[in-house]
Write a protein that binds this ligand. Structure first.
Ligand code: XIL
Length: 548
């Protein structure tokens, strides 16, 4: 008899503690059973029933050397008695080399449940976070559960709740911070909120059939392209590849065209003399997505050439030697020119005509005003944007559009800064478009946003792309509906501007389903995890159908 494995949910009655409040609940326990393929009958054996009955708790008071935190990254974890928030001890995390270096806990048993995490932290570093990492459908996401502004000489507490999806694997909770100073932690506690359900393994996502959905790219055909952001892993899954080609006619690689995936460190440092002014590049990481786009009739937005993030630091140093001196302006201008040249020439040679737009410079405006003091700014100087666009124009194929791209670029002060530094680029004729990232939420004023779009066009005459749209949900129970309305109104207003002559030429969503969003905990996209459509998707369709 052939057997296949399925998940069964067995109810067992147990006492549980939920986020501090005692409850007398029914516990659902998920485990594997077997089903006969002939009869469909469930063959549960007692041996299959898991022992796991109690809601998991993580609790570390660090009152002696026996703590359960494990090291994450290069750090050293040391019990200390000098610096406790309560009782006698605390944990010192030091030798940190990356933002994510810290202390971690395995949190597999929280799968499918809401948890509440809290802790006390002390650090000269002003921003400490409790974060969670997990993998769904081969896509690993990192989200913040709680964050706190820490002080150097006293402890600050924070807590937050987070729902771990039941299809998540490799679930890890950890403490991290952007800067690399030591972190002292004390009184870590993680509990389940509400009734506990035990999922011994990730419940595989059952994708719905998406073939009968109306098509965004078809509905919007007369107005502009509709795009999405991809990662190579997603393209291994047929439900995704089918949906992408049915819905979108533009694609942005979410990561694989960024400098950290193109620049070849090993090759460059093996022969520093040879690569001094032209760092070595490699394109293995981006080919799969470019092939998919070419083979399925999507055009590509190239993202991105110059950025302060996802750009390796070694690029900016004399002899590529981090820790030494920063390279001089002339060297960095040559590295910039050659990088742009190499990327553009390789792309055009191997995928002629596919990349229709490049985000030449990303996020150059500082949140506090003026230009961001990035390593590009520090090494080349404040004309680095002009220089980058000049080189981009020199090497870009004739009909490839050159964009500046930024977030919060609808906000008045940031917009004014951007207009100021782009004006000379416009005057030199080296830029074609303004990319509005648009990582927004349902409270952002749509009329303010649209006024900003109009202003970029009026003042600079630039074409507009919405390049990374996602709309974080609101807090109410009817958030799906509210978000759907927002998407609908947002797209209606975009269409109105388009009809009134503002040259909006594409709207790209930053990912496909909420699971694969970089902001997955805020459910900002238009498809659910199983690719079923959200009101947000329907809102986008209605906006174009109702257009007068
Ligand atoms: C994000 C990617 O989606 C993530 O996978 C990655 O970990 C971080 O970067 N602004 C940008 C994008 O211009 O490149 C960023 O993409 C999101 C913010």
């Amino acid at each position: 008899m052939k057997l296949k494995k399925v998940y069964a949910f067995i109810h067992s009655v147990l006492m549980l503690t939920a986020c501090g409040s005692a409850q007398a609940p029914v516990q659902e326990t998920a485990q594997e059973s077997t089903v006969s393929e002939e009869t469909g009958e469930e063959l549960l054996s007692l041996a299959d029933i898991t022992e796991e009955t109690e809601a998991p708790v993580i609790g570390d008071t660090f009152s002696d050397e026996n703590f359960s935190a494990e090291k994450r990254g290069t750090v050293i974890l040391r019990y200390t008695e000098d610096e406790a928030a309560s009782d006698k001890g605390a944990l010192r995390i030091f030798n940190r080399n990356n933002a994510w270096d810290g202390a971690q806990y395995n949190a597999e048993k929280f799968r499918g449940n809401e948890l509440e995490a809290e802790g006390s932290f002390r650090s000269a570093n002003p921003d400490v976070r409790i974060s969670v990492q997990y993998t769904i459908n081969d896509n690993t996401t990192y989200n913040t559960i709680a964050s706190v502004n820490t002080k150097e000489d006293s402890y600050s507490k924070c807590s937050g709740k987070y729902f771990i999806p039941k299809n998540a694997e490799n679930i890890i909770l950890y403490v991290e911070s952007d800067r690399l100073e030591d972190i002292y932690i004390d009184d870590i506690s993680v509990k389940v909120c509400g009734d506990y359900t035990y999922y011994p393994e990730a419940v595989p996502t059952e994708f719905v059939n998406t073939s009968d959905y109306p098509s965004l790219k078809d509905e919007y055909k007369e107005y502009f392209r509709i795009g999405t952001a991809t990662t190579p892993n997603l393209l291994d899954k047929e439900p995704y590849t089918e949906l992408i080609k049915a819905q979108y006619n533009s694609m942005t690689m979410g990561n694989s065209f960024k400098p950290d995936s193109i620049l070849d460190h090993n090759k460059t440092v093996r022969d520093v003399e040879k690569y001094m002014y032209s760092p070595a590049v490699k394109f293995d990481a981006v080919k799969k997505e470019l092939d998919y786009a070419r083979d399925n009739g999507l055009t590509v937005r190239g993202h991105t050439l110059l950025w302060h993030n996802q750009t390796p630091e070694w690029l900016f140093y004399k002899n590529y030697n981090i820790g030494g001196e920063l390279a001089d302006r002339e060297t960095m201008l040559l590295r910039m020119e050659n990088y742009i040249k190499n990327v553009m020439e390789w792309t055009e040679e191997n995928y002629p005509g596919l990349v229709r737009a490049w985000d030449v410079v990303n996020e150059a405006a500082d949140d506090g005003g003026g230009m961001r003091k990035s390593l590009w700014y520090q090494t080349v100087g404040e004309d680095y944007i002009e220089q980058a666009f000049k080189f981009a124009r020199k090497y870009a194929p004739e009909d490839t559009k050159l964009f500046y791209n930024d977030y919060n670029s609808y906000q008045t002060r940031k917009q004014n800064d951007i207009i100021t530094f782009l004006r000379p680029v416009v005057e030199a004729g080296n830029i074609d478009g303004m990319g509005m990232q648009s990582h927004i939420n349902v409270d952002i004023s749509i009329s303010q946003y649209m006024a900003a779009l109009q202003k970029y066009y009026d003042e600079l005459g630039l074409e507009i792309n919405v390049t990374e749209l996602d709309v974080c949900r609101g807090k109410g129970d009817d958030w799906q509906q509210e978000q759907g309305e927002y998407y609908k109104e947002f797209m209606s207003e975009i269409l109105k501007l388009r009809k009134n002559g503002v040259p909006i030429t594409s709207v790209t969503l930053w990912g496909i389903s909420d699971t694969d969003s970089w902001l997955s905990s805020t459910y900002p996209l238009i498809f659910n995890d199983d690719l079923s459509r959200k009101p947000a998707f329907d809102g986008m369709i209605e906006a174009v159908k109702n257009l007068e």
